[in-house]
Design a binder for this molecule. Structure first.
Ligand code: SAM
Length: 322
């Protein structure tokens, strides 16, 4: 248990070990009563904007199956369905893809018959709709395991560690098809960054099966190199009972706390382009909400949209497979 391992192996185990992983077994819920809150659990406004995006994309692509991936406690899907008119609800088939048994059962309680199918992987869901789907996900990619790399002034190394007690910088051993922007850079000073090779693996698994439709990716993150501006230790952190933990505390309670980092949208956009999708829009969450769900914001809505907080820290990326 305490052997030295890559950070990515540690994070995979801490979040997804079948018996003891945070998401697979230990998570109680998402939101105010859980370890972390998400935009979706704080305000229905995001659901309203996604419903408007779905209507528009369904009209323009002719696709009538919608899939939410990693829907947490089901709050976001509930506000999306509440915001779609009865006619759209009748026209659209609704699928959820969720890898956590705990959260799948919360989604079933919250959504019941409003959802026509639950799947544990996106390829299974795509098989059930002949590859024609409108896909969306909120704060999914930030939950994938990451490699941590460090620039020592001369070259990039991968960080291995013994639960944070000792660290070892080892030679990189990565798939060159990942083409990480970070690894082509030469920072002036010592710098830590995260690489999202698991996100690329995930995209490679299902993109070839996706025949037609649109995808909306919402997450905190930024383009590279802006993402690491004034963040020499990178963006990795953990959440336990709404408290943010950094450094060695990330290793303190494996399986009992969420671990996450910002999404490098430069890499994600490059991979999506390389796999033949066409980018429709890329904007801050604030701009996305103003465009698709303009309203006089309540206190919770204001938090979701505010320029110095969630609204600017989050990005909304919409791509199409036509
Ligand atoms: C940070 S939570 C976000 C929850 C929800 N989207 C929200 O905004 O409240 C990440 C979610 O993604 C799920 N998840 C992680 N990896 C997944 C995968 N490969 N396929 C499907 N769901 C996944 C987790 O179980 C959890 O529901």
């Amino acid at each position: 248990m305490s052997a030295i391992e890559s950070f990515s192996a540690f994070m995979q185990r801490a979040l997804y070990d079948p018996q003891r992983g945070y998401y697979t077994a230990r998570i109680k819920t998402v939101g105010a009563r859980g370890d972390f809150s998400t935009t979706a659990t704080l305000s229905p406004r995001l659901g309203k904007a996604i419903a408007a995006w779905l209507k528009q994309e369904s009209r323009e692509t002719g696709v009538r199956t919608m899939i939410e991936v990693g829907g947490g406690d089901g709050s976001l899907m509930k506000s999306v369905l509440d915001s779609l008119g009865w006619w759209q609800r009748l026209r659209l088939r609704v699928f959820m893809v969720e890898s956590s048994p705990v959260l799948t059962s919360q989604q079933k309680t919250r959504l019941g018959k409003r959802v026509q199918g639950w799947f544990t992987t996106l390829p299974e869901a795509l098989t059930a709709c002949d590859g024609r789907a409108l896909i969306y996900h909120n704060e999914l990619l930030d939950a994938f395991p990451v490699e941590v790399v460090e620039w020592d002034g001369t070259q990039w190394w991968e960080v291995w560690s013994d639960h944070g007690a000792h660290e070892d910088l080892r030679a990189l051993n990565l798939d060159t098809s990942d083409a990480f922007g970070v690894l082509r850079s030469k920072p002036d000073k010592r710098q830590r960054c995260e690489l999202q090779s698991c996100v690329h693996q995930w995209l490679k698994q299902w993109l070839p099966m996706w025949q037609r439709g649109s995808m909306l990716t919402i997450d905190y993150g930024d383009d590279f190199p802006a993402l690491y501006h004034r963040r020499p230790r990178g963006t990795l952190r953990a959440y336990l009972m709404q408290q943010r933990l950094e450094g060695v505390d990330i290793f303190a309670n494996p399986g009992r706390q969420d671990i996450t980092c910002d999404v490098n949208f430069t890499d994600v956009r490059t991979w999506l382009r390389e796999h033949g999708t066409r980018e429709q829009s890329y904007e801050s969450q604030q701009a996305f909400l103003e465009r698709l769900a303009p309203s006089s914001p309540s206190k919770a809505d204001a938090w979701v949209a505010r320029g110095d907080g969630a609204g600017e820290a989050f990005r909304c990326l919409s791509v199409r497979r036509a």
